[in-house]
Design a binder for this molecule. Structure first.
Ligand SMILES: [Zn+2]
Length: 307
């Protein structure tokens, strides 16, 4: 119950009680901070502040941490705090859902050192990760399925299903009827996103090493958004962009070298490393690190500031 419709500095609740329940300025419920106006947007703000602080102190900025390591830090310290609030918030309104998904993807970009303008689809597609909203919806479905299994189907079962936005309803029903597993939903969502950003087979960079971050930035076009915006190529003085890098005279020899070694056009291989997913594991790993090394050197030499 809200104690006021708007916050005011004059509000004081010390010693006030209603039937032995004390009035409080703020309380925590299932990981959500709710203030006395029943507003709980501060939950997201607080967790986002945590990430900003990390960013400021460069806890995540060290190059020695691989993308995969940074991702797991994000999951452990950030995502785990948010999962319960998100489940609740997604049930409330479309606008809070939108806010959550943009704020959480902002935090993950900050963690990884990726430009904020990069589209969420591209980022999560390349990382081969579920979005926080998808994770929350899977958790919600899991709870529903458990309740159904013990014959305690909630009266507002249909309401929960109608609130799903990331998981298609047919898929949710299949899961609730026991026709697919949780992993089945996960794989479906990942592959769908992968195809939508034109990666043939999913899992573009299986274990993302430190050296893969530039590749990730190249392939998603992140370089074009910020670092290479309105810049000139140091190799040929042409307009610098990820597309340019693949036709630049200065990178011709490196591209030929890639083609000779892996038997695939350099621009195709670099834009879709999933093409090598079917190769033998060791060979796959070798191709990947070879490509990462080549793309890093091309990015450095073309992006070197001139004049
Ligand atoms: Zn050039």
């Amino acid at each position: 119950m809200p104690l006021a419709s708007k916050k005011s500095k004059k509000d004081r609740f010390s010693n006030k009680k209603l039937l032995d329940v004390p009035y409080v300025v703020k309380y925590k419920y299932l990981g959500i901070n709710i203030d006395y106006t029943m507003n709980f947007t501060s939950t997201l703000k607080e967790t986002s502040k945590l990430i900003s602080n990390w960013d400021k102190h460069q806890i995540l900025g060290y190059k020695i941490l691989s993308v995969t390591q940074k991702l797991s830090i994000w999951k452990t310290y950030f995502m785990s705090k948010l999962i319960h609030p998100i489940i609740t918030l997604i049930l409330l309104s479309k606008s809070s859902l939108k806010k959550i998904s943009s704020q959480t993807s902002m935090s993950i970009k900050k963690c990884l050192g990726i430009n904020q303008k990069l589209e969420k689809e591209k980022l999560f597609g390349w990382l081969n990760e579920l979005t926080p909203v998808e994770i929350a919806e899977i958790a919600l479905l899991r709870t529903l399925r458990k309740l159904v299994q013990i014959e305690m189907k909630p009266v507002n079962y249909g309401f929960f299903l109608r609130k799903l936005s990331a998981i298609p309803i047919e898929l949710a029903e299949k899961y609730l009827n026991g026709n697919i597993t949780k992993v089945g939903i996960k794989d479906f969502l990942l592959l769908k996103r992968s195809k939508s950003i034109v990666l043939e087979k999913g899992k573009p960079l299986e274990f993302i090493q430190v050296s893969d971050i530039e590749w990730l930035k190249f392939a998603t076009g992140e370089l074009d958004l910020y670092r290479w915006k309105d810049k000139t190529c140091a190799l040929c003085s042409g307009e610098l962009s990820t597309n340019h890098l693949m036709i630049c005279n200065g990178t011709f020899n490196t591209r030929k070298e890639i083609e000779a070694k892996i038997g695939e056009r350099a621009d195709i291989a670099l834009r879709d490393p999933t093409l090598f997913n079917s190769r033998e594991k060791n060979e796959h790993r070798k191709i990947k690190s070879f490509l990462a090394e080549k793309i890093n050197s091309m990015i450095i030499s073309a992006g070197r500031s001139v004049g």
